[in-house]
Write a protein that binds this ligand. Sequence first.
Ligand SMILES: [Zn+2]
Length: 98
Amino acid sequence: MSISTTNYEFSKYEPDPKTLCCLCKESCAPSHLITVPEDKNICIKCAELLGEIAAENREKIKDSEIEKMLSIESEMPDSYQPYDLMTALYDAGYRKME
Ligand SMILES: [Zn+2]
């Protein structure tokens, strides 16, 4: 008994580049993509992940800056007044950014 085989060639599926997330490379519905500068798209999942990473980084920066401010406070003389501490923090560069 012989088995005949037939070879088929299928063209490889190539998703529309406009539907690809530039980070995870997943193809998404246009409604699930956010266009960012340089005409690139990011999917909602990656955008949410970036938001979480950014929030974690902001917390790390905040903790680090608070530690630096506390070290300035720890170097103040025992009898310092709030104005003296605020002056030391201002002189160290801590101020509200407009
Ligand atoms: Zn993605």
